[in-house]
Design a protein around this ligand. Structure first.
Ligand code: PRP
Ligand code: ZN
Length: 284
C-alpha cells in the first residue's frame, strides 16, 4: 500500500483530491480522518498540515506527498520532485504599502519584513546583498504593515486580492511555485514503486488532457492541406469526407494555450463549425 500525504485543508487539498478522482481513484472519507484507503487502488491517503508533509515523507511515514514547492523549499528537506502537478500555482513576493516609493531591492535595507517563510526570504536577501530584519509570524502576514509590526511583507500571492485589500503593492517576485509530488525515489520497495509508476501514468494522462483541447471543424476539401499544416495533431489530424460534396471534417488535438491564435488562422482559411472540447485523459 503506497502512502500519500496530502494537505488536510487549504490551498491544495481540494485540487489534490480532484486530480486523484480524475485518475479514477476513489477515496471515501467524508469526515477527513487522518488516514483513508482508496477502494480501487492500492494507496492510502494521509491528511496532514501542509507544513508537516515534507518531514513526514522524509521520515518515511508517508511514501510520497503533495505539497507546494514553497513549503518544500521552506522546510528544506532533500526530497525528489517525482511529478509537477500543474495546480496551486502562485508566486512568493515582497510587498510594501502602496504609498511607499520603491526603486529597487535596496529599499529593504534596515527594514522589518514579516513572513511565514523566513528561510526562503533570508536566502533571497543574502543573494541580493540586503540586510533586513525578518519577523517570523505564522499567519495573517498581510496585516503586519497595517498594525505597525513590520515595514513590508513576504508572502504567497495568487490572485493578488489579499495585497490589494490590505493596501499593499507587490514589488519583487522571489519565486514561482506550484503543487508537486515529492518522494525519495530510491527508497521505495518494489511493490510501492510499481504502484507509484501506475499512479504517475494516470496523473500524466489527466494532466496532458487538461493542457489540450479536442478540435473538430468543417473545411472545403481544397483547403485541407493548408488547414492541416496549422493543426498537426497527435500524429496527424483525422480527415473525413462530409456527405456534402467538396467538404471535409477535420479532427485534431491542440494545446490549450494556443487555441485562440489557431482558431483565428483556421477561420481565415475557410474553416466553419469549429468545435472545441475538453479532453479528460490523454495517453500518447
Ligand atoms: C495565502 C497568503 C495570502 C493569500 C494570497 O494564504 O498568505 O493570504 O493566500 O492569495 P491571493 O493573492 O489570491 O489573495 P493561504 O490561503 O495559503 O492561507 P494561509 O496563509 O492561512 O496558509
Ligand atoms: Zn499553510
Amino acid at each position: 500500500m503506497l502512502k500519500i500525504a496530502i494537505q488536510k485543508s487549504g490551498r491544495l487539498s481540494e485540487k489534490s483530491l480532484e486530480l486523484l478522482a480524475e485518475a479514477g481513484i476513489s477515496v471515501a472519507n467524508s469526515d477527513r480522518k487522518l488516514v483513508a484507503q482508496a477502494s480501487n487502488f492500492p494507496i492510502a491517503l494521509l491528511y496532514l498540515r501542509d507544513d508537516d508533509i515534507p518531514q513526514c515523507v522524509y521520515d518515511g511515514v508517508a511514501d510520497v506527498g503533495v505539497v507546494g514547492e514553497n513549503v518544500l523549499l521552506e522546510t528544506g528537506y532533500a526530497l525528489d520532485v517525482v511529478e509537477r502537478l500543474g495546480f496551486g500555482k502562485c508566486r512568493m513576493s515582497l510587498a510594501i504599502p502602496k504609498s511607499e516609493k520603491y526603486d529597487d531591492v535596496a529599499w529593504f535595507n534596515g527594514r522589518k519584513i514579516a513572513t511565514s517563510y523566513p528561510k526562503i526570504l533570508q536566502d533571497f536577501l543574502d543573494r541580493s546583498g540586503v540586510q533586513a530584519d525578518i519577523h517570523h509570524i505564522s499567519g495573517s502576514v498581510e496585516i503586519a504593515t497595517g498594525v505597525g509590526i513590520a515595514d513590508a511583507i513576504f508572502d504567497i500571492v495568487s490572485s493578488g486580492s489579499t495585497l490589494l485589500s490590505n493596501g499593499l503593492k507587490e514589488v519583487d517576485v522571489v519565486l514561482h511555485s506550484e503543487a508537486v509530488m515529492v518522494g525519495k525515489k530510491i527508497a521505495l520497495e518494489q511493490e510501492k514503486a510499481a504502484t507509484l509508476e501506475k499512479l504517475l501514468f494516470r496523473l500524466q494522462a489527466v494532466q496532458k488532457g487538461r493542457k489540450n483541447k479536442y478540435v473538430m471543424l468543417n473545411a472545403p476539401t481544397a483547403s485541407v492541406e493548408k488547414i492541416t499544416a496549422v493543426i498537426p495533431g497527435m500524429k496527424s489530424p483525422t480527415v473525413v469526407p462530409l456527405a456534402q460534396d467538396g467538404w471535409c471534417s477535420i479532427h485534431s488535438v491542440l494545446p490549450e494555450g494556443q487555441i485562440w491564435e489557431i482558431i483565428d488562422q483556421l477561420h481565415s482559411l475557410g474553416a466553419q463549425g469549429i468545435l472545441v472540447m475538453p479532453i479528460e485523459k490523454m495517453i500518447l
